[in-house]
Structure formats: structure tokens, C-alpha cells
Design a protein around this ligand. Structure first.
Ligand code: ZN
Length: 306
């Protein structure tokens, strides 16, 4: 089945659920970044997690709502970044895609081994109107799902269970990828919370479920046999919204010193810049770099007439 995400409410609106199959999307991320298997799992998990968190955004009439997750851990992968939209698109990157770590004793990919176990997880939730909400928590596990659950509890006061899984087959391709997020809203008793968390534990790994032919809808139905309202299902895909215009904005944010050194390194130009998310290359002429430099010097990183 094609990649998709399902949003639902259960127990009379006291439980919020999102579940997604991101297999083809994570395979696309792997094709773009060519990471090691364990870095594929890390980048796939952060991308899937960002998509799940978009389910918490309401529809807005302003700019496009977005969720960005940034993990800056002490592992060899370096910084990981993912941006997703409630429309179902996501993009992600990892600073050192070739980073590896020895497998865990059970033979599983050691995601915490490349991400690290100390550092920061930053979630920026831009509802598309008003100010974005930014929450920072210390990294606790490095496996990403637990770190996101910790963020949701500590920073948003929402007790949540998060499952993220990426199964990489021996050839290096992505066999299955997906995730599940279950959130307890006010009104759930401690006994109900305990019961639900044991049901979620009973699901096991989402990738094992997928290997057995059970997708996101089946997980949700197995957790909530009754009193379930499906809010919607959207297709999920990789998409990078980069453009020449945005490359210029990025250059302005880099600052005058950086742009000046690009001109010095290659005075005749053009300078090739590659998008970290999709690896698309942009050729920027020296005249354009100088124009950016003048604009930065004038203190303007605003969107001028183009
Ligand atoms: Zn791009």
C-alpha cells in the first residue's frame, strides 16, 4: 500500500492517535542521502516522527503549518533535521550519513549509537498563524521515539506513547518504515492509561506488524476495538520546497563573512550550492553573491522585489 497517515480519536475524544506507513518515503530519503543502514534508520525515524507530530496541528489559514525536529546529539551522525507538513510531505537530513555503530546485542540497528545519548532535541511547531512554538528537551535515549515521547510529556504536558520503526533489508534498501503516536488527553484515568500503554507494548515493533501484513489502520483497530473515530487519511511523500529564491534567503542567514569567503574561494563563479535536504544543486553567480552581500550589509534579510 502507498505511504499514508491516519488520524483518529478514541474514547470519546480523550485519546488522539496518528499512525503512518512511510516505507517508500524513507526509501526515497535513503536514495537521496545514501546513508549507512543505521543512519537510514535514524533519518527515517526522525522523518516519521515529524509527520506524526503534524497531526497535532490544526488547519490554519495563514502560511503553511509545519513541524521541524532537530536532534543535536553526541553521536557520529551529527545533527539530524526533519521538516514535515500536515499535508503529508516530509524532508530530512543527517550531517554525517555514513556514520555507523556496532549493532546492539540483539542484532538490531543501534540508532542511539549514531545519534548519541546526550544532547538536545528541539521541536518547532509552526501552526501557520501567530508565533511558532519551540520546545527543547535533553536527549534521553537517542532511539528517537522515546525522546519524542519525553518531549511531548515534558514540553507539551501530553502523556504519549510513540513507536517509530525502520527495517533495512540486507541489500540496504528500506523494507518497512512507519510509526504510531497515541496521546492521552484530559479525562483518562490512571487505570485506563495503564491498560492502553500495555496494549501499545503488546503491538511490538511497527515494522514486525508491517512484515506480517498489518498496516496503520490495523494497529489503530487493535488498540481501539470500539469508540473509534477516524478523522482522516492522507498520502505521505518526500518533498523538498527548496528554490533559487530560498537559496538566497539561506545565504543571507549564513551572514556576510560566509558569503564573502564564497566569493574569495571562487571569484569568477559560479558557486555551486547543494540543498542539504534533496541534494539539488544551485548555481549562484558571483554577481548574485555580491548582491546578497550588499543586502546583508544593508541589514536586510527580508524578501525584497525579485
Ligand atoms: Zn531541496
Amino acid at each position: 500500500m502507498a505511504d499514508h497517515m491516519i488520524r483518529a480519536m478514541a474514547w470519546g475524544g480523550r485519546v488522539r492517535v496518528a499512525a503512518c506507513d512511510t516505507t517508500a518515503t524513507v526509501e526515497e530519503l535513503r536514495r537521496i542521502h545514501d546513508p549507512s543502514p543505521v543512519s537510514t534508520a535514524a533519518v527515517g525515524r526522525i522523518a516519521t516522527g515529524a509527520l506524526l507530530i503534524t497531526s497535532m496541528l490544526e488547519k490554519a489559514t495563514g502560511r503553511e503549518p509545519m513541524v521541524t525536529i532537530e536532534i543535536d546529539g553526541d553521536g557520529p551522525a551529527g545533527k539530524l533535521l526533519a521538516t514535515a507538513s500536515p499535508k503529508g510531505w516530509v524532508r530530512a537530513m543527517v550531517a554525517n550519513p555514513l556514520a555507523t555503530a556496532d549493532p546492539k546485542v540483539n542484532g538490531k540497528l543501534n540508532v542511539a549509537g549514531v545519534v548519541g545519548t546526550s544532547g538536545e532535541l528541539v521541536v518547532t511547531r509552526d501552526p501557520g498563524i501567530g508565533e511558532p512554538y519551540r520546545g527543547v528537551v535533553p536527549l534521553v535515549s537517542g532511539e528517537i521515539a522515546q525522546d519524542l515521547a519525553r518531549y511531548l510529556l515534558d514540553s507539551e504536558q501530553i502523556p504519549s506513547a510513540v513507536l517509530l520503526g525502520v527495517h533495512v533489508v540486507p541489500a540496504g534498501r528500506v523494507g518497512h518504515a512507519g510509526g504510531l503516536m497515541v496521546q492521552l488527553l484530559p479525562g483518562v484515568s490512571d487505570e485506563q492509561a495503564e491498560e492502553l500503554s500495555s496494549r501499545v507494548r503488546g503491538l511490538g515493533a511497527v515494522t514486525s506488524q508491517m512484515a506480517a501484513g498489518a498496516g496503520p489502520m490495523a494497529w489503530i483497530e487493535s488498540l481501539f476495538a470500539k469508540d473509534l473515530t477516524v478523522l482522516g487519511e492522507i498520502p505521505v511523500r518526500f518533498y523538498c520546497g527548496c528554490s533559487e529564491r530560498r537559496v538566497e534567503t539561506a545565504l543571507m542567514l549564513l551572514g556576510a563573512d560566509e558569503v564573502r569567503s564564497m566569493i574569495e574561494d571562487n571569484p569568477d563563479g559560479p558557486t555551486l550550492l547543494s540543498c542539504g535536504f534533496c541534494r539539488k544543486e544551485y548555481s549562484v553567480s558571483t554577481a548574485d553573491l555580491r548582491r546578497v552581500l550588499r543586502s546583508v550589509a544593508a541589514g536586510g534579510a527580508d524578501d525584497g522585489p525579485n
